[in-house]
Design a binder for this molecule. Structure first.
Ligand code: ADP
Length: 273
């Protein structure tokens, strides 16, 4: 059973502190790309940490491939669920890119011959083959995040969580990472969970989960979610530029057949007129 499932999960960081997640239930199937959005403090990162056993639920259960995530299963779970964080500089431990990619595998006790093979394979997958002997701190932000993704890929997980992984990058770096991720998802049967503030990034996902104050507020395709403009505004989230533009075009009396998600789709719609 290939899925990550949250069953009535509640969590708080300390007993005398308020609940951060309240009775959260959802499932992410294999091959899916799910985006989790919501304003700061809505519980997104806590969800990510519960998914790979950096935290355990106080109530309810998190299941990865049918196995409950707990102290006994956590290493097995972490092999399956890789995580890329926001700040690339906090993720480097090695003095070269190669060492760095090896580190995650060492943690999982992989044999050396396999490691050499996997380093090559995963750096190639993110387009960083030429940088194997470089010092990580010399790389650009986008390149660092690609190495971070390679480190995760090397362990061969089934799920990859990207927790605001593009937030600190410039638009070019952001675009490159999104392209790398898209290609990876096509090439391997990966499930992706992207946590993001960027609503344009959300359009890449097949499904969106909107969090608000520790609860699942909305769930649906990007198109469904953006159509619920009032609901999003109520919790302080704004729809992307293209959605707004399409609305203005419709308000001006132009009949668009569908809600465009990106500039390409909007142009296609306009061409059909
Ligand atoms: P998001 O990722 O949506 O910004 P988080 O999951 O990081 O939300 O945080 C949810 C809530 O938990 C916030 O109120 C935050 O202040 C609190 N929180 C997060 N991490 C900790 C921690 N280590 N200790 C105590 N409270 C925390």
């Amino acid at each position: 059973m290939s899925r990550i499932e949250f069953r009535n999960v509640s969590f708080r960081y300390q007993e005398d502190m308020p609940w951060v997640l309240n009775n959260v239930s959802f499932a992410i199937e294999s091959d899916e790309w799910v985006a989790i959005i919501g304003h700061n403090g809505s519980g997104k990162s806590t969800i990510a940490k519960l998914m790979n056993g950096l935290l355990f639920p106080e109530k309810g259960e998190v299941l990865v491939d049918g196995q409950s995530v707990n102290e006994e299963t956590v290493w097995e779970v972490r092999k399956q669920v890789g995580m890329v964080f926001q700040n690339p500089d906090n993720q480097f431990v090695g003095t070269t890119v190669r060492d760095d990619v090896a580190f995650g595998m060492e943690n999982h006790g992989m044999p050396r011959e396999l490691m050499v093979e996997r380093i090559k394979e995963s750096l190639q997958a993110v387009g960083m083959t030429d940088y194997e002997s470089q010092e990580p701190h010399r790389l650009s932000g986008g390149q660092k995040q690609r190495v971070a993704i390679a480190s995760v890929l090397a362990v061969s997980p089934q799920y990859i969580i990207l927790d605001e992984a593009t937030a600190m990058l410039d638009p070019k770096g952001r675009k490159e990472i999104m392209q790398t991720i898209r290609e990876l998802q096509h090439q391997r049967n990966l499930s992706l969970i992207t946590i993001t503030h960027d609503l344009q990034e959300v359009t890449q996902a097949g499904r969106v989960i909107v969090m608000n104050q520790g609860e699942v507020w909305l769930e649906g395709s990007p198109r469904d979610i953006f159509a619920k403009k009032e609901d999003l505004l109520e919790i302080g989230l704004d729809t992307p530029f293209v959605t707004k533009l399409a609305e203005e075009i419709k308000a001006a009396g132009v009949n668009l057949q569908r809600e465009p998600l990106n500039h390409e789709e909007l142009l296609e719609e306009l061409w059909t007129l």
